[in-house]
Write a protein that binds this ligand. Structure first.
Ligand SMILES: [Zn+2]
Length: 288
């Protein structure tokens, strides 16, 4: 659970009680996060704060997927401030159901996986019984997979297959780093093609930005930040899953180039791309 996980005395007490019997997690949720608040003075209603709403939705999703990946369990949700007269949980259902729906597999239904009830003795608590998942549930995949134009936006399904694949083949190529890109120079640049296992990233700065370029090259921290902006960590996770691993090459970019051709005998020009070396020279004392 994250460090900013919100809790209260009631949440702690019920969690402890439930923990004796079941896998459980508790989320503290003020009713004004999923209901509009009303201001008597101005006689107007106000929508819930979108940031807080989003944060709570994330917390619930994380908790549900954790329980689903851990043989199931119960999620206690403390609806703090719920009036005893408020019998309808319609807004609450609206608040969480779409998210719950995203945490089920293709071969399951909502009804198979979730069962909601009110805690006997304290109607401020909703208890959701959560069934275990047959396949790993990933709500926010940080790891990526390489595709020809970069990496996948959504890799949860791919990761399931990948995990199964590497567990079936323990001696596969994934156990050691095999790939080494030869040193690049003007000659090798001619032969390079951006393919699945080679990701080229440019390092282009305008005449006005030359000071910035120098600063990045001269300072390890700025250089690492730059690599981070270019999403190097995501490429690492994606390239690491290729059979022959791969390379992330900084300083070679693409440049538009016009090409002359003939189509049905008629001369035609078109614009495609060619590679260019952006000339990175790292100071050897800082990057030995
Ligand atoms: Zn609470």
């Amino acid at each position: 659970m994250s460090l900013d996980h919100e809790t209260c005395k009631k949440c702690e007490r019920y969690s402890e009680e439930f923990n004796k019997r079941n896998n459980n997690l508790c989320v503290h949720l003020e009713v004004t996060i999923f209901n509009k608040s009303w201001d008597d003075r101005t006689q107007t209603s106000r929508r819930p704060n979108p940031e807080r709403k989003k944060k709570k939705k994330e917390e619930i999703k994380r908790s549900v997927s954790a329980l689903r990946n851990s043989l199931g369990g119960q999620l206690l949700i403390h609806l703090e401030g719920l009036s005893p007269e408020d019998q309808s949980k319609g807004n609450f259902d609206e608040f969480i159901d779409d998210d719950l729906q995203t945490i089920i597999n293709v071969d399951e239904t909502f009804d198979d996986v979730y069962y909601k009830k009110t805690l006997q003795g304290d109607p401020e608590f909703v208890v959701i019984d959560i069934e275990p998942s047959s396949a790993i549930i990933i709500t926010d995949p940080k790891t990526k997979f390489i595709i020809d134009k970069g990496f996948t936006p959504d890799s949860a399904q791919a990761l399931r297959f990948f995990l199964k694949h590497i567990s079936d083949a323990p001696n596969s190529n994934h156990s050691e780093v095999k790939h080494r890109q030869p040193f690049l120079n003007d000659r090798t640049l001619q032969t390079i093609t951006e393919k699945r296992d080679i990701q080229l990233k440019g390092f282009v700065f305008t005449t006005q930005e030359q000071t910035k370029k120098k600063a990045i090259l001269g300072d390890t921290k700025q250089f690492v930040d730059h690599l981070w902006d270019l999403r190097l960590p995501l490429y690492v996770t994606a390239l690491a899953k290729l059979k022959e691993i791969g390379s992330f090459i900084l300083g070679i970019g693409e440049k538009e180039k016009k090409f002359q051709t003939k189509i049905k005998g008629k001369p035609v020009k078109y614009v495609s791309k060619t590679f260019e070396d952006h000339g990175i020279e790292l100071p050897m004392d800082k990057y030995p």
